[in-house]
Design a protein around this ligand. Structure first.
Ligand SMILES: Nc1ncnc2c1ncn2[C@@H]1O[C@H](COP(=O)(O)OP(=O)(O)OP(=O)(O)O)[C@@H](O)[C@H]1O
Ligand SMILES: [Mg+2]
Length: 222
């Protein structure tokens, strides 16, 4: 469960969120929409506690922003899969090694790494490409690798910041479908996006960030 309770957040003088409360339950799929600069990425940063609220609290599973010990931040992040807005693969290593990288960093052991990497690559349909280098893949395939990388810890929540930002419409729809499939298998997804065409295609919950507030949006059939 993710819960924002009366969260206000400002970067120095720029107030981004003003007394915002909402929840995302296990297994949900939520679009986070709003104009550029409205605060979508900031909300995701508050969830993975790269930012802490100026007032109010963010609760993610058993972790609470106001009571977060230094050592707990990495533990919290291991319960999340994070796809950053400016996704980057490491150009100098294979697809397999890109996905394995974070596991090495967190001290997971050999056989377990292999099992998790192969499972994550299978989930995104890229097992057969695992020995290629990033430059040998299309943009859509690269984004699948980024998603696989976010799945290696079997997160409860997957945070995706504009995961279709640089992709053509067809590839964007495929990535959305992949995220929907991952959601169907039980992972909750919060996806920040500008792409209203994509949002309209599927009937999922929409949270809109506007002028410091977060609104539930109901899409009416047109
Ligand atoms: N590190 C920072 N320091 C100061 N201000 C920041 C910082 N990061 C973001 N901001 C400001 O906070 C506001 C919200 O930014 P945020 O990145 O959350 O918007 P966004 O909705 O994700 O936009 P986009 O759709 O362009 O990605 C903007 O006004 C932005 O300029
Ligand atoms: Mg953003």
């Amino acid at each position: 469960m993710i819960r924002f309770h009366e969260v206000t957040f400002a970067y120095n003088s720029t107030k981004v969120l003003d007394n915002v409360s909402f929840e995302v339950k296990p297994g949900e799929f939520v679009f986070l929409v709003g104009q550029t600069g409205s605060g979508k990425s900031t909300i995701l940063k508050l969830i993975y506690m790269d930012c802490l609220p100026t007032s109010g609290s963010v609760m993610v599973g058993k972790y609470i922003s106001s009571q977060l010990g230094r050592r707990e931040t990495p533990l919290l992040r291991r319960t999340l899969g994070i796809i950053f807005q400016d996704f980057r693969l490491l150009d100098d290593r294979s697809i397999y090694d890109n996905v394995a990288f974070t596991l090495h960093v967190t001290g997971v052991k050999g056989a377990e790494i292999r099992k998790r990497v192969l499972r994550a690559l299978a989930e995104v349909g890229l097992s057969h490409q695992r020995n290629k280098m990033p430059a040998e893949l299309s943009g859509g395939e690269q984004q699948r690798v980024v998603i696989a990388r976010a799945l290696v810890n079997t997160p409860h929540f997957l945070l995706a910041d504009e995961p279709t930002g640089n992709l053509d419409p067809t590839t964007s729809r495929e990535i959305l479908q992949l995220l929907k499939d991952i959601n169907t298998r039980g992972t909750a997804i919060i996806m920040a996006t500008h792409n209203y065409e994509l949002v309209r295609r599927v009937n999922e919950r929409i949270l809109q960030v506007r002028e410091g507030k977060v609104y539930e949006v109901e899409l009416r059939a047109s």
